[in-house]
Ligand binder design. Structure first.
Ligand code: C5P
Length: 305
């Protein structure tokens, strides 16, 4: 039997960072938002673990590790261990989420594997335990299970759904060259050696998300890491200005970057902004949010005798 699970990319509507904790991670207050760019992960019973990755034309999968080093195998092993199973699986990932773009594509794949194998093995892991396993795999894996719009605290792994009455349109511009998350955090540390221990709260977003009004959301978007990402990659600042000049209500770096996202007034405005930015950027995508977290595709279940 094989099962296909779809998991979404995330952007951060708010990301504030505190000074590093003793374990090296930074305390965060973030508001995650799942958008309509997805990876599809197919898991099948097999005698050995394996991971293969293919992708949409504009997604560079070369950097994604094959086999044991891939996060999907770590996710599968963790679930097997949790249930005392010696089962293994072959995992095939079809990526539409930009790789190393700050959109949590690897985290989406890990969440998808947890959901797929939980179902394939019929082990029915309770939600809180699945979230706990997810947090061991990465700070934003729990959110990929949840989807929608959610507050993230701790190092980002403690998630709580948030009311979001909007249907927001985004233009997403991945960079051809990835930017390492630890490098961006390290650079932020050097820029802000006296940062407060506690990250700033996301009060302004609460009201904006309730109204569903794009202008209100545009004014409330915030990313502490943007200054570090733009300092490392000044061309991201130029891109943000171009997108805003082309009609986006607000442009910003997504998470630790280098992908930039642009909030638009609606679907037509997003098409317009996307068409202007695609004159200079090879990959420009339009997406809406919020969308669901990792879920089994109804026509993605195959049984073979
Ligand atoms: O948890 P995840 O694997 O996504 O984190 C990748 C890296 O990003 C960490 O090793 C750390 O360097 C940095 N990070 C951090 N603080 C966080 C989340 C990530 O410093 N809250």
């Amino acid at each position: 039997m094989s099962l296909t699970v779809r998991a979404p990319a995330k952007i951060n509507l708010h990301l504030s960072v505190g000074s590093p904790r003793p374990d090296g991670f930074h305390p965060l207050v973030t508001v995650y938002h799942a958008v309509s760019l997805y990876d599809d992960v197919t898991a099948s019973d097999a005698s050995a673990w394996s991971a293969t990755t293919t992708g949409a034309d504009d997604v560079q999968v070369d950097g994604v590790p094959e086999g044991e080093d891939n996060i999907v195998v770590r996710a599968g092993r963790l679930l097997a261990q949790r249930h005392g199973l010696s089962r293994r699986a072959a995992v095939q990932t079809y990526k539409s989420i930009p790789v190393a773009g700050g959109m949590a594509g690897g985290s989406a794949d890990a969440a998808a594997v947890l959901v797929a194998l939980d179902r394939l093995w019929d082990v029915r892991t309770p939600d809180d335990q699945l979230l706990a396993l997810a947090s061991r795999l990465g700070s934003d894996v729990p959110f990929a299970l949840l989807g929608g719009t959610a507050l993230g605290t701790g190092r980002g792994e403690i998630v709580e759904p948030w009311e979001d009455n909007g249907s927001w349109w985004w233009v997403v511009v991945p960079s051809t060259q990835g930017l390492s998350t630890p490098e961006v955090y390290r650079h932020w540390d050097t820029l802000f050696p006296d940062a407060p221990a506690q990250p700033a709260p996301a009060h302004r977003l609460v009201g904006a998300l309730k109204t569903g009004e794009p202008l209100r959301l545009a004014a409330a978007l915030h990313n502490d890491l943007q200054v570090a990402a733009v300092d490392l990659r000044p061309e991201l600042g130029v891109l943000i200005e171009r997108g805003e000049a082309a009609g986006a209500l607000r442009g910003m770096v997504s998470g630790s970057g280098p992908t930039c996202v642009f909030l638009c007034a609606g679907r037509d405005e997003a098409s317009e902004v996307a068409s202007v930015l695609s004159e200079e950027h090879a990959v420009v995508l339009a997406a809406h949010g919020p969308v669901a977290g990792a879920h089994v595709l109804p026509d993605g279940i195959e049984t073979t005798e």
